[in-house]
Design a protein. Structure first.
Length: 110
């Protein structure tokens, strides 16, 4: 993922997380990670439509049940990064980001 542009997403805690920016439909590694379906509200300013985590980025993002919702809300890209630290760590990051950004397609954890 290192060839794609990056963005730092701040969570409610103040912690920042580095994500790589890819168009929706990009291929990913079969690795654990966090991801965000996002839209570019204005050049360089992104808004999340859905935030999630998975044990397998390629499998999860290949056919995601929230992709249609994200696209309806303007998502054009997936921001993602690998996160092999374990499910508890991925879920904590996911929750931190959801609580700050309150994406329209995340019903849980709001």
């Amino acid at each position: 993922m290192s060839e794609a542009p990056t963005i730092m997403w701040p969570g409610l805690s103040g912690r920042e997380y580095k994500y790589w920016i890819h168009p929706i439909g990009a291929s990913f590694k079969e690795e654990a990670g966090n991801y965000i379906f996002a839209k570019e509200a204005k050049p360089g300013y992104w808004t999340p439509c859905y935030i999630g985590q998975t044990e397998n980025l390629e499998k999860r993002l290949g056919d995601h049940e929230k992709e249609a919702c994200a696209k309806r809300n303007g998502a054009t890209h997936i921001h993602a990064h690998t996160n092999p630290a374990g499910e508890t760590t991925r879920k904590a990051e996911e929750k931190d980001l959801i609580q700050k950004w309150k994406p329209p397609c995340n019903e849980q954890l709001k």
